[in-house]
Design a protein around this ligand. Structure first.
Ligand code: SF4
Ligand code: SF4
Length: 383
């Protein structure tokens, strides 16, 4: 059986012919993305706009290059991301759009409208049937399900719970609504921090399951009845005092598996209509959901593109691990080329288990053929 192709363009450049902007065009062409797009197709370009405070999110100028290629192919591009489970600068569509604008994702820069895929408060999703070990249906942002084509732009970096973050994370956490994120994150229900609760009762109004109760005891905090809680996540976002906390108690391999199943839901029904661009630039230790960015742990590599999300992630990881680690970064070891950077950064989790499960679920394959683009012939064709 043939292995998937991963196209790679190095970040090295000594002239405008070799700029990353040119290389995005080359990668788009070599991966035959235009063939996926029919005239008038709605093309979702999924990316992470970055939490407020981080500076390592994708450069909007690089994103615009993809937008322009989609338009030339006859598609109607839009950028999209989903609301977060945690309380921050992307918790609802209003805050989220303001954050995106503050980070440069305006029409003036990216030349495409920006849509929050799961709506104002993160309820806009479709249930997508899958055959997983954990789920038989997953909740995927409506705009992604309804789009004709899905282009996934991922900033590859480390992640505290999954070891690394790339295409699979972008397709799973990144494409689900808040309830879906809660289902992935924890079989355990949210809990209320008593010292923060001010007994305002807002969460009670939002809890459709009637799971939040006050005891008769005066001054006692609200409490969640785990028997009634469905894990929908509404109370987390509705509490104005940030008293409701996500339980990060699911064991990490299971979290990785749950994410894979959601990623399967995000690509369902889009055979030959999904492509993943992994930007191996600014490879920082932690997720863009953090409100800060650390220094990169390896030098910039470039961009990999594949229609196979697993191959795209594996190729990005292989490129990263082939680098020397940057001394003085957060990397605690594994400075030699060939040593595993993400295992060193996040020893409590093993990202390789998630990739293995993704292969088992049929999301993609870890073996791939790497084709380097940016050769002279490519440059002449695109000049
Ligand atoms: S919304 Fe927050 S502060 Fe208000 S009762 Fe619920 S948990 Fe307590
Ligand atoms: S997660 Fe949903 S069901 Fe559970 S307590 Fe919060 S609002 Fe109620």
């Amino acid at each position: 059986m043939s292995v998937p192709t991963v196209y790679y363009a190095s970040g090295r450049a000594r002239s405008h012919h070799e700029s990353l902007l040119k290389k995005i065009g080359l990668l788009f062409d070599r991966a035959a993305v235009a063939k996926m797009i029919q005239p008038g197709d709605l093309v979702a370009i999924k990316l992470h706009f970055g939490e407020r405070g981080t500076t390592a999110f994708l450069n909007p100028v690089l994103v615009r290059q993809v937008v322009q290629k989609v338009r030339r192919a006859g598609g109607k591009p839009f950028l999209c991301d989903s609301n977060t489970l945690y309380t921050g600068g992307r918790t609802n569509a209003v805050d989220h759009l303001e954050t995106a604008l503050q980070h440069g994702f305006s029409y003036a820069t990216v030349e495409a409208p920006v849509i929050i895929m799961d709506g104002l408060r993160g309820r806009g999703s479709h249930d997508v049937k899958i055959a997983g070990h954990h789920f038989d249906s997953v909740q995927i942002g409506a705009a992604v399900v309804e789009a004709d084509v899905l282009i996934v732009l991922s900033h590859v970096k480390g992640h505290a719970m999954t070891g690394y973050g790339g295409a699979i994370k972008n397709l799973s956490m990144g494409c689900s609504n808040r309830a879906g994120k809660q289902r992935m994150h924890s079989a355990v229900k949210p809990a209320i921090k008593a010292e923060r609760c001010r007994r305002c009762g807002v969460c009670v109004k939002w809890c459709a399951a009637g799971a939040i109760v006050f005891s008769a005891e005066k001054e006692a905090a609200a409490r969640i009845d785990p028997e009634k809680c469905t894990g929908c996540g509404e109370c987390i976002i509705s509490c104005p005092h940030k008293a409701v906390k996500v339980q990060w108690a699911t064991d990490l391999p299971e979290l990785g598996e749950r994410m894979v199943e959601f990623a399967c839901g995000a690509v369902a029904g889009k055979e030959d209509a999904v492509v993943c661009f992994n930007f191996v630039l600014d490879v920082v230790p932690d997720c863009d959901c953090n409100s800060w960015s650390d220094l990169p742990v390896v030098p910039d590599c470039g961009i990999v593109v594949s229609t196979d999300p697993v191959a795209a992630d594996q190729a990005a990881i292989d490129l990263i691990n082939a680098q020397s680690g940057i001394v003085g970064s957060a990397l605690p070891g594994a400075f030699e080329p060939g040593e595993d950077k993400f295992c060193a950064l996040h020893p409590k989790t093993d990202y390789r288990l998630q990739l293995a499960y993704a292969e088992e679920m049929g999301l993609g394959r870890r073996r791939y053929e790497l084709v380097t683009v940016g050769a002279k012939k490519d440059k002449e064709e695109n000049d």
